[in-house]
Design a protein around this ligand. Structure first.
Ligand SMILES: [Zn+2]
Ligand SMILES: [Zn+2]
Length: 285
């Protein structure tokens, strides 16, 4: 089952790595209780169950436009040693799904990273013998300087070895470009600085023939944060800045009627953000 959407001349495809259901909300949102989720019945069944437990995905999006293929946030990857047990030394059929969706690794021209957490850079490298080598050998891999500096200097201290196994091999191969946080990537693709979750976090706007889409990255993790935008995620580095960014971007998404692609949204990750009182709802397509 391949999930695909159109925005003007642009085609967007989700490539799934993993979807987990039945997660206690406090696992991702320390201040949330099951009733904070359960009081928003529109979250059920796609994004939560009746008991207020969450569903989350790890997925990448491929954007096809004007002959370009752009990969956004290539997930956790296989064989990576990670402290989180559900990410440690996995063997997901991600590249098989990528191929089933009609893509070849060599045909990816650009890899966009909204940020450099372990679940957004993993497939950039794969194990060949004992060495981590680039997966997308013809791609320019885009990084922002602030994010790169942050991860190079330890990122979340002690949490993972992302820089060594998933970023350094790309830099060493000469496949990295450092771009501005509001970089124009051409063909209607543009980054916007969305800091807070991490220091150099960016989101991706897509414009084609008068239509607009937005790939969130982790300025929000789950549709419950549309209804409860104050909910901080456990990984948010600067909680207050992340809150301000989240509200600003939800307002922009609602006002522009953009097709919103939630990077960690389960089941139906594409839809519209609509205002409801002083918060928002997510209406999946
Ligand atoms: Zn993150
Ligand atoms: Zn993430």
């Amino acid at each position: 089952m391949i999930e695909r959407w159109r925005v003007g001349d642009c085609t967007l495809t989700s490539v799934l790595e993993d979807e987990t259901r039945g997660i206690p909300p406090e696992f991702f949102f320390p201040d949330a209780k099951p009733e904070d989720v359960a009081r928003h019945p529109w979250l059920v069944p796609d994004f939560a169950d009746e008991r207020g437990r969450l569903a989350l995905r790890v997925q990448a999006f491929v954007i096809e436009l004007r002959g370009r293929r752009v990969l956004v946030d290539p997930c956790v990857g296989n064989g990576k040693k990670r402290p989180l047990p559900f990410w440690n030394e996995r063997s997901w059929p991600f590249m098989e799904r990528f191929a089933e969706a009609g893509f070849k690794a060599d045909a990816i021209g650009t890899v966009v990273h909204t940020h450099l957490h372990a679940d957004h850079v993993g497939w950039d490298t794969r194990l060949e013998g004992r060495a981590w080598v680039p997966t997308f050998q013809n791609a320019r891999h885009l990084y922002t300087q602030r994010e790169l500096d942050w991860v190079r200097n330890g990122g979340n201290p002690g949490i993972d070895g992302v820089f060594a196994d998933s970023i350094a091999p790309i830099l060493d191969a000469g496949l990295a470009d450092v771009v501005e946080e509001d970089a124009d990537l051409g063909d209607g693709l543009r980054l916007e600085s969305t800091p807070g979750h991490t220091p150099g976090h960016v989101s991706l706007w897509i414009q084609s023939r008068g239509e607009t889409a937005l790939v969130s990255g982790d300025f929000l993790h789950h549709p419950v944060q549309c209804a409860e935008p104050q909910l901080a995620e456990a990984g948010d580095e600067d909680v207050e800045l992340a809150r301000a960014t989240r509200r600003r971007m939800l307002e922009r998404a609602a006002d522009t009627r953009a097709l919103f692609l939630g990077t960690h949204f389960a089941a139906r990750p594409a839809g519209r953000v609509e205002r409801q009182g002083d918060a928002f709802v997510f209406v999946p397509l």
